[in-house]
Design a protein around this ligand. Structure first.
Ligand SMILES: Cc1ncc(C[n+]2csc(CCOP(=O)(O)OP(=O)(O)O)c2C)c(N)n1
Length: 348
């Protein structure tokens, strides 16, 4: 997208539909054991990322945590490449080696997909530093959850971004829970946005269920950053309809709470706005939905028919050459004994 250009809202609605249908189908394929590993769905939060990408240029940088399918799709990664990644196939956006939590698309400036909570926030600051160092007018959008804001990496990153006046928007997708822990039980603040104040970073709250509000707020912030680089912070208040991951039945919240947020559904809301304004008919909406479903079904077929990554490529993308021959066991390493009382390995 070029500066000043507005994304077509009907197109953005159809993007939200694609994201929703993609994830519903991913959930089904996960249950059918076609997808392994972890899988975190974004259903309910679609207005945040679609509003954000509508407010920036295609050459701006985006980076996020592990709930990342929507961020890749919003950036233009094909549903085929996303589904193939979930299936662990060579045609996936990370060549089938990353899986659900590590989507990556350099061409579209989507720099992951990161599994360790808050670990990508310093990387985002590095990306913003590079923009400023090279004298470019790009902006970095860094997405993370409410669970990230009490991590040391978050605080170090915000401090440096403020100190160096870096062109970055920190977008906290506050969906009220970090796994099963309510934000009320993890965070001392009444509102997350106040974290930014401690670093002299301007912060605002946006309704993360409202595409237009997210888009307009981020557009305003980004406009100010392009004029004079500085960091900004947005707390997008949103809700995930599903559990933390596919294995979470979400029994820590009530049905009534979920229903309350579903009434505010971001897709229904944008649809209603466009319909009221005479920009969308019911037939057009049904057509968009049908198209999204077909694209996703075709993506499943593509993923199923794609090859597995060849074994001899397994170590091609590691930082270090470990001297490991594919298909052979690792060279013997000194046995690591577990210390008495040391924490045992945990699962996500
Ligand atoms: C440093 C670290 N600690 C713990 C975990 C385990 N873990 C995975 S997801 C998660 C919750 C994060 O919640 P939030 O940041 O709010 O993101 P959301 O899942 O709501 O999108 C935790 C604690 C991890 N991945 N990394």
């Amino acid at each position: 997208m070029q500066p000043g250009e507005q994304r077509d809202e009907v197109e953005m609605l159809s993007l939200m539909l694609l994201i929703r249908r993609f994830e519903e189908r991913a959930s089904q394929q996960y249950q059918a054991q076609k997808i392994g590993g972890f899988c975190h769905l974004y259903i309910g939060q679609e207005a945040v990322v679609t509003g954000a990408v509508a407010a920036v240029r295609d050459d701006d940088y985006i980076i996020t945590a592990y709930r990342d399918h929507a961020h890749a799709l919003a950036r233009g990664t094909s549903a085929d490449a996303c589904m193939a990644e979930l299936f662990g196939k060579e045609t996936g956006c990370s060549r089938g080696l990353g899986g659900s939590m590590h989507f990556f698309d350099r061409k579209n400036h989507m720099y992951g997909g990161h599994a360790i909570v808050a670990a990508h926030i310093p990387l985002a600051v590095g990306m913003a530093f590079a923009i400023k160092y090279r004298g470019e007018d790009r902006v970095t959008l860094c997405f993370f959850g409410d669970g990230a804001i009490n991590q040391g990496a978050f605080h170090e990153a915000l401090n440096l971004a403020a100190l160096y006046k870096l062109p970055i928007v920190f977008i906290c997708e506050n969906n009220l829970f970090a796994m099963g822990t309510s934000v009320k039980r993890s965070t001392s603040l009444k509102q997350i946005v106040d974290r930014a104040e401690g670093y002299d970073i301007p912060g605002e709250i946006v309704d993360g269920m409202n595409y237009r509000e997210v888009r307009d707020k981020i557009a305003e912030v980004v406009d100010s950053i392009r004029k004079e680089p500085h960091p900004a912070f947005l707390e997008a208040r949103t809700y995930r309809y599903r559990g933390h991951s596919m294995s979470d039945p979400a029994s820590y919240r009530t049905k009534e709470e979920l229903e309350k947020y579903r009434l505010d559904d971001p897709i229904t809301r944008l649809r209603a706005q466009l319909t009221r304004e005479g920009k969308l008919t019911n037939e057009q909406f049904d057509g968009l939905d049908k198209q999204a479903k077909e694209t996703v079904l075709a993506a499943v077929k593509f993923a199923e028919e794609s090859p597995e990554p060849p074994l001899n490529k397994l170590y091609d993308y590691t930082y270090a050459n470990l001297g490991i021959e594919p298909g052979r066991p690792r060279p013997a390493e000194p046995a690591q004994e577990r210390r008495e009382g040391a924490p045992s390995p945990t699962t996500n």
